[in-house]
Design a protein. Sequence first.
Length: 88
Amino acid sequence: MDLLTDTVNSLWQVVLVGLLFGAGLPAIFALGLKSLSVGAEPGTDGPPSAAGKLGAVACFAVVLIAITAGILMLMQDFLASSFSIHVF
């Protein structure tokens, strides 16, 4: 029974990370692009509203932070052994 509970516990973690990085980040990026059109006149290339710009900046910041954290997690052993930088 312990094997089953360990497997299910690991499975939900893998599914959660897969959804976050596999579909979540592109969806947040698309939401940021969509928020740039908030406040513009339909059918025109007008400037976005201040709320649209703020939403886009927030979405893009989340994506950038997630990408940077992922790269740093992959490089943490290299950074620690080569430069004595301990990120996490």
